[in-house]
Structure formats: structure tokens, C-alpha cells
Design a protein around this ligand. Sequence first.
Ligand code: PMP
Length: 406
Amino acid sequence: MIVAVETRPLTSARIPLFGTLERQPADALLGLIGLCRRDPRPDKIDLGVGVYRNDAGETPVLRAIKDAEHRLADTQATKAYLGAEGDARFVELLAPIVFGAAQAAEPCLTGVQTPGGTGALRLGAELVARGSRQPTVWIGTPTWPNHAPIFREAGLEVRAHPFFDAVTGTVDFSAMVGALEQATAGDVVLLHGCCHNPTGAELTQAQWADLIALLTKRQLTPFIDLAYQGLGRGLDSDAAATRALLAAMPEAIVAYSCDKNFGLYRDRVGALWVKAADGAAIAAVRDNLLVLARSLWSMPPDHGAAAVREILEDAALTGLWKTELEDMRARIAGLRAALAHAEPRLSALGDQGGMFAMLPLTHEAVLELRTDHGIYMADSGRINIAGLRSETVAPFVAAIAPHLQR
Ligand code: PMP
């Protein structure tokens, strides 16, 4: 509808549109990249930003992706628009990897391509905000720093619950359960499907079962963030909690990223799946996802998802990708074992999963390690384990040992 606008004479000074905006802090982790880059020391160790690195310290494009990109260059006939759901075939081929074949075929599950895991989280948050319940979103602390802003920007209330026991380096499950007992029916609980960022701490199988019982009893909906499938214990093991949650809960949301396990970071490849209670609800969910996506980004960027589709459509390329992913996973697991072996106070790292661990270091120690040793990690003491190389494990452990708090 177009509304007629009454024109009024200009009587006062113009009020600037952006006059009340406040300056915002720069992203600390991105700032760390610059600091590390400017450090001339040849033996500096970059454990900051969360990208996988090989033993040479590089983040190369996977060979499976390069092959898929060559195929795309040769065969892609058009770059005409896709729809708001992105590449439907990419979503269809990815679903069985995430959920297993049977669950992927569930009629009450619907999925769309998104710009990375971040886009999936935001789209899911917008969908939750569109529902009638206006739930609180419960988020464990610490967590990926972008989680709370994503939900808040979608207009949702966010509440923190304890998650990590820094002394033992494991999940503080009783504190987590105690907090979630306070949640109101209809609330949403954000869960890391595997490879917790930033702590690496994971629930045991028994704890997942207890958590599912709690979610069921209190009528809470899981919102699973699965950003590192295959980088923890393996593709199926890393998806086990997600699958168990989906099997048990009538409604669930899964935000997925291909940016780590396919090494596609800047190409922004992800997907969002929603499970709804029945056929009518899932049809409405899909309609709303498409309308929301249309206004958020119209349609997701194609290239990375098309490359993943090429891989998953071809058995040989899928095999190559799985081998490369397993190499990455094994390297991270090897570094975890080496750290745990080198220093008894790091033994928890050997039992955790994924690229990240949170070291028991004070803020002062983190800064001192940066200045005195050229060791770059997030202010919180989070390290990207994949930033280590076989030969830097020993000097790294020697440098941090005097500062460890546990
Ligand atoms: N969730 C978690 C826990 C993450 O660590 C990240 C990336 N750092 C994301 C989601 C988002 O991933 P993407 O780059 O695909 O947006």
C-alpha cells in the first residue's frame, strides 16, 4: 500500500539519521589475526582464528573441492537465479550425511541452503521469533561469541546457563541441568552438536540421554549448531547427538556448516533443517523459511554449495573428501593426544573433541605469552589446536606450563 505523505515545512535543524549510533568494539579474534601477521618473529605460533591448518601451517583448498570446482567450471551451464531455498540437490545429498538415510527421509523434516552456519543460525532464530511463543533461548557459557548476538538481533531474549567446568575441563552437567530446570515450557536450548567451540568439552552419551529426558519433561526445543561434523570423532559419531535429539523430540532445529569440514570458509556454505510436529506445521515452516530467507539474503551464494553437491553426487569425490576430512580429524586428535601426554594438567584435552580447547590461563598470562613468546590465542584462553605443528607442541607446552591454573 502506498501512503500519501503530508509535506511539512522545515522548521528545525535536520536531525541526522545516524546521530545516535554508538561506536562498536572491533571483533577481537579478527584483530588478533592482524596482530599476529605483524609479528616478525619466525617462531610465532598462531592459535587464534578457527580455521584448520595442516602441519605446514597452511589452510589449503581440499583436493575434492578443487576437483569439483574444475568440473563446475567445465559443466555449469548457467548462473541464473536459484530460489530462496538455494541448491535443493545440495541439501538433499547432505541430509543423509547429517541425519543418516532413514531420518533424512522423515516427512516432517525440511531443509534449505544458507550462507554458512551463521546464516543458518540467523534464519532459525528469525523463524523462532516468528512463532507465537516468543521463547527465551538458553545458551551455555562459554560459547561461540556470535551466538547471543545472532539470537538477540532476531529479537529473542537470551539467557545463559553454565556449561563448562574449567577445573576439570569437562561439561559441568549438574550446573547445566540445574539451570535448564528453570526454563519455561516452550523455551529453546542452543546445543553444540559436537566439537564444542570454545571448550572442546562434550556431553557423554549418558548425559545426552539425560538431557533429552529433561528437554522432553520440560517441553524445551533443541536448536542444534553442528559446525564441525567429522572433525571430532568421525562423521557418524559427531552426528550421533543430533540424530538422538531429532529422533526423540517432536520439534528441533539444526544449523549446519560445511565451512570447516569442506574447508570452504569464505564461500559461506551451510544449511538449516527444521523438524516440526506434523505435515501441516512443516509446510508452514518451509513457507516461512523461504519468506524470511528472501528478505534476509534473497538466495544464498551458489558456488560453494554447488561444489559440495558435485562431491556428494560422485562416489569417488565423496571418498576423496572423506579421506581428506579424516586426515584433518586425525591430525587434530593426534595434537590433542600429544598435548595431553606432554603436560598432565592438559590431560582433559585428550578426552575432548574438535579444534578448540580453553586453557586455564589468566588474561595476564595470555597477554604475556603473546608478548614474550609470540603465542597468539583468544583473550579467553581458547586455542585452535590445529594451529600447532608437530614441532611446536613442545615449545608451546614449555611456554604455557608456568602459567597453567589447574
Ligand atoms: N557455529 C560455531 C560453533 C562456529 O564455531 C562457527 C564458526 N566459527 C559457526 C557456527 C559459523 O560457521 P560459518 O563460518 O559457516 O558461518
